[in-house]
Design a protein around this ligand. Structure first.
Ligand SMILES: Cc1ncc(COP(=O)(O)O)c(C=O)c1O
Length: 391
């Protein structure tokens, strides 16, 4: 008889772990020795979910009717999301094109389930969000890495996309601002890339989860580029709602019946409670709160980045949004993963190794995540300073 382990699918066995999670588990050792851990490792805002959203959730709980919603989401929420594009991006988006999902994660899975036949390829950036390759391969698509470097702001050029595009390529997936770099794609280059992709009958899948967290504010959605854009978004980061599991996608109107069927089968619907609460996300008082959060991330970047550089961590491409710095530690250490482990064990400081985001040059990089109170970040940097002094 085979062992339970040997009955696991190749897909299950080949799905890569998050090294970040490994580090978090390892940090228990530091705590067990009486130490307090400083975490700059997870991409999760420390701010509370804005009060108007919490109030709406409490009210809805009182009613006590937490049911399934339509598979595409509450129409009132889809309309509110569409109005937000009109308000912030001057874009006229039909609410019927908006689908509410279980986070950006649910949207990415549904997007590729709707788009890909077995063997169809999706270009994904390296470094990039580690789950991207899994969303593509989960539906028997083929994720193709497109290595990007600091010289081009860790974003692709038109020439790179043209060269990488093959007969089986169906889409390019990128985030702007990106995880793990916080770097954005120039809108002019984005337009060129979109037009090339459109000429090939492909899709420009824009993960815009950090769109509203650009330090300078005022950034516009790539949905305005043309009709071959699919936009993925989420309440997780902008609204500090990671645990509510709520996001959305704007897709071609023709795809909506198929997306609805897929959603019915895979998820039934996104969380009803979260959807009712999120109706409050697009009012002026909530805007003011999340604008405050955005300002704080920008301040954190301003105080943290110079200190990281002073410690000898190079930041070859300056982040202009999100809450990450992708640092080159190769002048200081030979292997960034070993460095992260040692920093965890000796100093109780958690940062993410490049290997979570990259197969190329991963040993050179770490990601420092800064959506934390400034005092926590300062403490982390003080400890890093002591680590380097003590070597
Ligand atoms: C670029 C990117 N896309 C998608 C996600 C998933 O977000 P959600 O919580 O909305 O599923 C993340 C989470 O860190 C991310 O960084």
């Amino acid at each position: 008889m085979s062992s339970p382990l040997s009955d696991l699918s190749r897909r299950a066995l080949n799905t890569r772990p998050f090294y970040v999670m490994e580090l978090m588990a390892r940090a228990h050792g530091f705590r067990a020795r009486g130490g307090e851990v400083v975490s700059m490792v997870v991409g999760e805002p420390d701010f509370p979910t804005p009060e108007p959203i919490l109030v709406a959730a409490r009210k809805h709980l009182e009613v006590g009717r937490i049911h399934y919603t339509d598979a595409l989401g509450l129409m009132a929420l889809r309309e509110a999301i569409a109005r937000d594009y009109a308000h912030r991006d001057q874009l006229d988006i039909d609410p019927a094109r908006v689908m509410v999902t279980a986070g950006a994660s649910g949207a990415l899975l549904l997007c590729f389930a709707a788009m890909l036949n077995p063997g169809d390829e999706v270009l994904i950036l390296d470094p990039g969000y580690p789950c991207n390759r899994e969303f593509v391969s989960m539906v028997n698509g083929v994720p193709r890495s497109l290595p990007v470097t600091a010289e081009t702001n860790f974003q692709p050029t038109l020439e790179q996309v043209q060269q990488a595009w093959g007969p089986n390529t169906k889409a390019l997936l990128l985030a702007s601002p990106a995880n793990p770099t916080g770097c954005t794609l120039d809108p002019v280059v984005a337009a060129q890339i979109h037009d090339f992709i459109a000429s090939r009958g492909g899709w420009f899948v824009a993960d815009e989860i950090y769109l509203r967290i650009q330090f300078s504010g005022g950034a516009r959605s790539f949905l305005g580029l043309g009709n071959r854009v699919i936009s993925i978004n989420s309440f997780s980061k902008t609204y500090s709602m990671t645990g509510w599991r709520l996001g959305w996608m704007v897709a071609p109107i023709e795809w909506m019946p198929a997306l609805e069927r897929l959603s019915q089968n895979l998820f039934i619907s996104a969380s009803g409670l979260a959807q009712h609460a999120a109706l409050e996300a697009f009012h002026s008082d909530t805007y003011a709160i999340v604008e405050g959060y955005r300002g704080r991330y920008a301040e954190h970047a301003e105080s943290l980045l110079p200190r990281l550089k002073a410690l000898g961590l190079a930041i070859p491409a300056q982040p202009s949004g999100a809450f990450y710095a992708y640092c080159d530690v190769s002048p200081l250490v030979a292997d960034s993963y070993a460095f992260c482990l040692e920093l965890c064990d000796k100093m109780g400081v958690l940062i993410a190794p490049g290997r979570d985001f990259s197969d190329f040059d991963a040993h050179k990089f770490v990601r420092v995540s800064f959506p934390k109170p400034i005092a926590v970040l300062e403490e982390g940097l003080d400890r890093m300073e002591r680590y380097f002094l003590g070597r």
